[in-house]
Write a protein that binds this ligand. Structure first.
Ligand SMILES: O=P(O)(O)O[C@@H]1C[C@H](O)[C@@H](CO)O1
Ligand SMILES: Nc1nc2[nH]cnc2c(=O)[nH]1
Length: 323
């Protein structure tokens, strides 16, 4: 048989059809695999959680606050609270780390309409990066336009001290260097473009106002603007790793935040973030100190009132955006 440029016998055509068919099935199988990987991050799946919340919350939240380890007290600022346990929200992940309560709290502050995540999801808990960032998309569907993201972190920068606040001006996503990304896979165009910039990820205007707030609070010696680096954990860094982080321009190391920021930026949110410095990352082999989670929690508790005030004042100064 003559087919275009080539001549085939019937037998050859059968073989070719078989190969095409086989490849078609294999391709379909792979397509299905990658689709199913994203199913729980898709609009349809997340809509269920958004509908559940929308039916019970009488206002549209505009600002999402993610409380880092021990920083759940940030939600205490809110008035007229409506509280949900993560486990009661359909298609919402559940958090397992000490210091992360697992509650979504809606409320108002200085007229700003806010939702607070008291408890977040970490890569070291075994969640996929998509699962970690799932709440961002759900709350975007509800109307959220801005994100204040917080975390507990160790200081790589030797000028920082325990108890300081580091306003995040940029980050280094070490997971992305290895090809790990919450937005890997088919793009959900409803939320944002396939390719998107990150060079202005952290809102410069919010940073400017936050610095003013810190100055007014008289904590100018206790805050910095720096670069956050995501080290997946759950172990704290080795000495050699801390030295590498320093060489690469990281000021504070943590185990969260970046997946949430990536997904927030993808769907067009404004982002402000800060790290609360809970411990020093150890640079020297002869130092006897070892970081541990109880000290991390203790450090946050000691300064929780200052951090709460910092966030409340920042919201007060930016409330027009979140009404
Ligand atoms: O949720 P964040 O980033 O505040 O939590 C950090 C990372 C670990 O969960 C914990 C380590 O002590 O703090
Ligand atoms: N990676 C990392 N995360 C932290 N979270 C709190 N302290 C630390 C730390 O020293 N390193």
């Amino acid at each position: 048989m003559q087919t275009g440029l080539f001549e085939f016998t019937t037998g050859e055509i059968v073989v070719i059809c078989y190969i095409i068919d086989k490849n078609f099935h294999i391709c379909r199988k792979f397509a299905k695999m990658s689709d199913s990987k994203n199913e729980e991050f898709s609009l349809d799946y997340l809509q269920k959680a958004a509908d559940y919340l929308r039916n019970q919350v009488p206002f549209t939240p505009k600002l999402l606050i993610i409380c880092g380890t021990g920083l759940g007290g940030l939600s205490e600022n809110l008035q007229n609270q409506i509280e949900f346990n993560y486990k009661d929200i359909p298609n919402f992940p559940v958090s397992n780390v000490k210091g992360h309560a697992g509650k979504l709290i809606f409320g108002t502050l200085s007229e700003a309409k806010i939702v607070c995540m008291k408890g977040r999801f970490h890569y070291f808990e075994g969640y996929s990066l998509q699962k970690i960032a799932t709440p961002i998309r759900i709350l975007k569907l509800l109307g959220v336009e801005g994100l204040i993201v917080t975390n507990a972190a160790g200081s790589v920068n030797e000028d920082y001290k325990v108890g300081d606040i580091m306003i995040i001006k940029d980050h280094v996503n070490f997971l992305a260097f290895g090809g790990q990304h919450p937005l890997r896979g088919p793009n959900e165009h409803f939320f944002g473009e396939r390719f998107f910039p990150m060079n202005r990820a952290y809102d410069r205007e919010l940073i400017r106002i936050a610095k003013e707030v810190a100055e007014k609070m008289g904590i100018s010696d206790d805050y910095h603007e720096g670069v956050y680096g995501l080290y997946a954990g759950p172990n704290y860094e080795t000495v050699a790793e801390v030295r590498i982080l320093k060489m690469l321009g990281v000021d504070a190391a943590g185990m969260s935040t970046i997946p949430e920021v990536l997904v927030a930026k993808h769907c067009g949110m404004s982002v402000f973030g800060f790290s609360f410095i809970t411990n020093r990352c150890i640079h020297c082999y002869d130092e006897p100190d070892e970081p541990n989670h109880d000290d991390v929690l203790k450090a946050v508790m000691e300064k929780s009132e200052t951090v709460k005030k910092f966030v409340a004042n920042l919201i007060q100064e930016t409330k027009q955006r979140w009404k």
